[in-house]
Design a protein around this ligand. Structure first.
Ligand SMILES: Cc1ncc(COP(=O)(O)O)c(C=O)c1O
Length: 530
């Protein structure tokens, strides 16, 4: 927790701010602000010397006797001193400051904040999966290996591809895996002059980042006015130095690429391979198979499509699927089913062309179990319905929000849509950031803003398939109310959020100069023991 120059902690400052804000609080549809009302002091700030957890059972006092004297600390660790209920309340209250898909609508475009069905959690916690050691011999891991083998098959079927690796730990790592496979493919053919990867200007930032991590130069091609890739621009960027083109379909503008056939034809004519960023497969499950369309390799984001948790930087999975000619380069080991029906991990000498491992052990298996549970629970027709509902919800919201905001791209969208607050900015100075902050006062998590970069004052809104009509309507009403307020009383929008525990943060400083280390306090607060 940082301290201001006068020794006033952020907590005190923001508590004062929150008190004023509460006076004009306008609760959201659930009758409460989007997140918990107040920030929490740190454990160090709550610490009092000599206070301990003696009233609840603790390890016996002689627990340390077995540690040799010369291995013991001579001075106590500078840890906060609190009793157990204080620690528990602190952490639970902190958790109330979180916004999550389990607490409210989360329309973050491009991120697909899908609800995580609890049946997935049940499956992942089954002792046979959760308790399996990653180095367990194949003979003791038959159930897990079978599940992984079936998941490889299901994803190959969904993608229209030949083979799948489950190893990559996220979509971004799946991209890197796919591009490394493409590099290995060109090299194996002696085609060593290909040094460029082409991406559209609407692509997710992980696409150019992947290309450069794999040692390629990135070329960006502009989008056409309909939001799709400009065929002529792509044609002129392609050449003997192009290794791959990375396309996202549906794109990060929520649009299905209508010219896909022509685009892939020019890519292949140039001797390059086509990578599909499959992060948005939620919109096209059972309707569009990248392999059938001519893509060579793709990744899935299990969290964006098959309802596994986002992980917050923790465990995730971004399986990669490819056509037959790229299968020799998939990272190993794959899960194999022998003719006798037993499952095992591939041996490294069985496919020496593999690019190697991209992740320790077999990837994040708990996440794979959740995705498998989701796929099996829905079945083929269920997955088709998922994408139908996701697209319907996005188009419904688009129609409603479009009555007060600009819609830069005409026609229906897929899983998400871009709106723009350019009209509000022109009329009253209210910008997209202000709309997003005001949504917090209405009890909603804001959508993604200013992305894709090619849309001025853009809001990228993605409702997903599980929201009710009432929730969609409540969100639309909030967006429309903010647009009205921007015209009638713009200062109120510019002052938002007024009900959150903190007001507007200095996001640039927070990103560039994060304070990640607690320092002992000064003034009337108790210093941490040294
Ligand atoms: C289009 C697109 N590509 C790639 C990614 C990266 O995936 P991950 O966050 O799993 O690394 C995302 C994430 O939302 C995405 O939307």
């Amino acid at each position: 927790m940082s301290h201001g120059p006068g020794g006033v902690s952020l907590v005190e400052a923001s508590l004062a701010g929150a008190a004023t804000a509460v006076e004009e609080a306008r609760p959201g549809p659930a009758g409460r602000a989007a997140v918990g009302a107040t920030l929490q002091p740190t454990l160090a700030e709550l610490s009092r010397p000599g206070r301990g957890g003696g009233k609840v059972p603790h390890p016996p006092k002689d627990a340390l006797d077995g540690i040799p004297a010369d291995a013991r600390r001579v001075s106590p660790l500078a840890l906060p001193e609190l009793n157990e209920p204080e620690v528990v309340r602190h952490l639970v209250n902190l958790s109330h400051l979180n916004y999550s898909v389990d607490t409210g609508f989360y329309p973050l475009g491009s991120c697909t904040m899908k609800y995580n069905p609890k049946v997935n959690e049940w499956a992942a916690r089954l002792a046979g999966f959760a308790g399996l050691h990653p180095l367990a011999p194949d003979a003791l891991a038959q159930g897990t290996l079978e599940l992984m083998h079936e998941l490889q098959g299901a994803l190959a079927e969904i993608g229209g591809m030949h083979a799948v690796t489950l190893q990559p730990a996220a979509g971004a790592q799946g991209e890197l895996t796919g591009i490394l496979m493409i590099r290995a493919y060109h090299r194996a053919r002696g085609d060593t002059e290909r040094s460029q990867v082409i991406v559209p200007d609407s692509s997710h930032g992980t696409n150019p980042a992947t290309a450069s991590m794999a040692g390629y130069e990135t070329l960006t091609v502009r989008s056409a006015s309909d939001g799709g890739v400009d065929l002529e621009a792509l044609r002129s960027a392609l050449g003997p130095r192009t290794a791959a083109v990375m396309l996202t379909n549906p794109s990060t503008l929520g649009l299905f690429e209508r010219r896909i056939e022509a685009l892939l034809e020019v890519v292949h004519d140039a001797g390059a391979l086509a990578y599909m960023d499959g992060a948005n497969m939620n919109a096209v499950l059972g309707r569009f198979r990248p392999g059938d369309a001519g893509f060579d390799v793709m990744h899935f984001n299990l969290h964006k499509t098959f309802s596994t948790p986002h992980g917050g930087g923790g465990p995730g999975a971004g399986p990669v699927a490819c056509v037959e000619r790229l299968a020799p380069y998939l990272p190993g080991p794959l899960v194999i089913r022998d003719p006798d029906g037993r499952y095992r991990l591939e041996r490294s000498d069985e496919r020496p062309t593999a690019i190697g491992r991209v992740r320790a052990y077999q990837g994040n298996v708990g996440v794979l179990v959740r995705a498998y549970a989701y796929i099996r629970a829905h079945g083929g027709t269920g997955l088709r319905e998922v994408s139908a509902d996701a697209v319907l919800a996005a188009n419904y919201l688009r129609e409603r929000v479009g009555t007060a905001y600009e819609l830069p791209y005409g026609g229906p969208c897929k899983h998400e849509f871009v709106a723009s607050a350019r009209n509000l900015r022109a009329a009253s100075g209210v910008r997209t950031l202000d709309v997003a902050k005001r949504l917090i006062d209405h009890g909603f998590h804001p959508p993604t803003i200013y992305f894709p970069l090619i849309v001025e004052e853009g809001l990228l809104i993605e409702p997903t398939e599980t929201e009710t009509l009432e929730t969609l309507d409540a969100f639309a009403e909030a967006m429309l109310a903010i647009a009205r307020e921007a015209h009638d009383d713009p200062q109120r929008v510019l002052a938002a959020p007024t009900t959150a525990p903190v007001r507007r943060l200095d996001e640039a400083s927070a990103a560039r100069r994060p304070e990640l280390r607690w320092r002992p306090m000064v003034g009337r607060e108790t210093p941490c023991p040294t």
